[in-house]
Design a protein around this ligand. Structure first.
Ligand code: OTU
Length: 627
């Protein structure tokens, strides 16, 4: 297909989706025209350097898949003080093989409370405390020379109550008011019956009374975050323009925050509607037309079944996001660890959807938010729900025998399961450099992140096994909820020790041990794990396996995880007998009679010789690629 044909098709696709959203040909037509004008204006503005990048990526549409990218996520101030300061961290990032840097919101944010910058006051200006637009441009260029792509949040669902639209709306400007949802008390109550509570304790309810307007404004998150009204095409046009403007400052990927919430419909939970997908597909079309090297990543923390549509695989089919967070596997990993039973992960992997080779997951174990348990609820029966309650109590340290030191998030009592906060090392109870079992649990979860064929993402501080944030009086941000527990400043001493080879060799630094673990996983992943995305994983299930065992094949490598505190046996049936354990280099493992794993042990097994059928068990192993 010629470039002109592709362009024409994308424009038609855009038009079609606008029609689906607005159901009115005049509105769809004028929105189409406006979006194409935005595209033309921003395409002209794009530099030669960025256009070159676009051209390369168009020719290599799976450039971000397989084992090519590794991500790192951090708050700018916590990580490096300012955007300028990030330069000095590049060697650290490169030492891990990171080539995708997600900096949490750095655009002009609400003064005072801002939900960590997720209440944006001005999308086109860098937060002055963190730098200038020029600093952003300089940073994206510098990162690019090191092969690192910068990802920025694009908070699609809401703006700060100090954003120009909100301010004008308060003053009675009708056009500005049209950017938001307004309801009277009856409508509010009708909606509330069906809506979830994201912050039930610190921001109960989904609406805020605005005295000047004498109405309630929709506000899913904190009351200073006003939801945008996408049934008004002006919102979509403005956000598309914002996206491309930031892309032209060198941002190469966008984390589309709260992507599930964009469309509201009475009598529903107002999440994951088809319109929501059509809106994202419009943004994708705009990106494809004006900045095709840019990646879109869905931040949709929703149940497993609702996730594939963010890749455009649902009923509302079409090119949509390139990436999406695998939040179900993240939460399931913790659930399995607490319950010492890997069945849920086994099931989830078996049910992963077939994906096109130019889409993939972000695999992660922690991020700046809580471990959200709600995504798992639809998967679980009553007994498993009790196990979820247990997991939540376990990681907040309140279950007997728990090694974890997290806290529960937004839960009114011990049985209300909502979320859990804490840094990785404190949640897995890795006490010190001598604590082998704590390290085994850290390695177990991290190695699953690297093995599961998405883009592995490390959350800042976890690579140094940094512990929970201590109460920090005078912290530059006024955080109001317990997610602050896992938002510490990067520990400079730990960072220096981690890069000190002698500290590693002496075995007296936990941060050095953690960083070496990450570096080894990244090197091994890039060298040996070749599955292009999760659809290419082959699950190795056998009735002979201990329930705590998860085993699958990624490329040639057999990855085996023991989620239990007991020794666990496992019959591999992967067709080979002699393997090298890549995590214990030089160690040969004979799996003829199966494999015995230590508590929480992980093995990545590379076959040493040509296939020999393993006939030790009669049960066929269940592998998605073979059914
Ligand atoms: C996202 O989060 C951000 O990651 C949070 O940091 C913000 O507070 C929030 O949006 C509002 O901008 O469900 O899909 O801990 O998982 O709020 C959106 C709860 C979200 C978060 C949830 C989340």
């Amino acid at each position: 297909m010629t470039t002109a044909q592709t362009k024409a098709l994308t424009e038609m696709f855009l038009k079609d989706r606008l029609m689906q959203i607005y159901k009115d040909s005049e509105i769809a037509e004028s929105c189409h025209q406006a979006l194409l004008e935005v595209v033309d204006r921003r395409r002209v503005e794009r530099t030669g350097e960025l256009k070159q990048l676009d051209a390369y990526r168009v020719a290599n549409p799976d450039w971000h898949c397989s084992n090519r990218l590794m991500a790192y996520s951090a708050y700018v101030d916590r990580f490096a003080g300012s955007l300028k300061g990030v330069s000095a961290r590049i060697p650290h990032l490169k030492s891990m093989g990171v080539n995708y840097l997600h900096l949490l919101p750095f655009l002009k944010m609400r003064p005072g409370q801002s939900d960590g910058g997720f209440a944006v006051e001005d999308f086109l200006q860098v937060e002055p405390r963190l730098g200038t637009n020029q600093d952003l441009l300089d940073l994206t260029r510098e990162l690019r020379t090191h092969g690192i792509s910068l990802c920025s949040d694009l908070v699609l669902n809401h703006v700060s109550d100090t954003h120009a639209w909100a301010q004008a709306a308060r003053l009675g400007d009708k056009e500005a008011q049209g950017m938001f949802y307004w309801v009277d008390n009856n409508q509010r109550l009708n909606f509330e019956n069906y809506l979830p509570q994201i912050f039930p304790q610190t921001a109960p309810g989904n609406f805020v009374w605005i005295e000047e307007v004498q109405k309630f404004v929709w506000s899913t998150f904190y009351n200073y975050q006003w939801d945008l009204n996408y049934s008004n095409p002006k919102v979509l046009i403005a956000m598309a323009d914002t996206l491309l403007a930031l892309a032209n400052l060198g941002v190469e990927a966008f984390r589309l925050d709260s992507a599930a919430f964009l469309w509201k419909r009475e009598g529903t939970n107002c999440m994951n509607h088809a319109e929501c997908h059509w809106i994202l597909q419009c943004l994708r079309a705009v990106v494809d037309l004006a900045a095709p090297g840019v990646l879109l990543k869905a931040e949709a923390i929703v149940p497993t079944a609702e996730l594939p549509p963010y890749f455009g695989l649902g009923e509302a089919q079409g090119r949509e996001c390139h990436l999406a967070y695998q939040s179900s596997m993240m939460a399931a990993s913790w659930y399995c660890l607490a319950n010492q039973d890997a069945s849920l992960l086994n099931r989830m992997i078996a049910e992963l959807p077939a994906m096109s080779p130019d889409t993939t997951w972000i695999s992660y174990i922690r991020c700046h938010d809580d471990i959200g348990w709600n995504v798992l609820k639809p998967e679980l029966n009553a007994e498993q729900h009790q196990q979820l309650v247990f997991a939540s109590q376990f990681f907040s340290g309140s279950a007997p025998g728990s090694y974890a030191e997290g806290v529960s998030f937004q839960a009114s009592d011990q049985t209300a399961v909502h979320g859990t906060n804490g840094m990785l090392s404190d949640l897995v109870g890795w006490r010190d450099e001598k604590d082998e079992q704590g390290f085994a649990r850290y390695q177990l979860l991290m190695s699953l992140v690297f093995a599961s064929a998405g883009i592995p993402m490390i959350y800042m501080g976890d690579e140094l096994a940094q512990g929970n944030n201590s109460a920090e009086p005078g912290s530059s941000r006024d955080w109001v909820d317990s997610r602050d527990l896992h938002r510490p400043k990067l520990d400079e001493t730990a960072l220096a020790l981690a890069h000190d080879e002698s500290a590693y060799l002496n075995g007296n630094s936990r941060s050095a041990k953690a960083l070496h673990c990450i570096q080894a996983l990244r090197t091994l992943q890039a060298t040996h794990l070749t599955a292009e995305n999760t659809s290419a994983l082959k699950l190795l299930q056998s009735s002979g396996n201990h329930p705590g065992v998860l085993a699958f094949q990624n490329g040639e490598v057999v990855c085996v995880f023991n989620f239990s505190a007991q020794k666990a046996s496992c019959s591999l049936r992967a067709g080979k007998r002699l393997y090298t354990d890549l995590l214990n280099p030089g160690q040969s493992v004979d799996c003829s009679d199966g494999l015995e794993l230590q508590p929480w042990q992980t093995c990545w097994l590379l076959p040493q010789q040509t296939p020999v059928s393993m006939a030790s068990s009669t049960e066929p192993h269940l592998s998605r690629s073979e059914v």
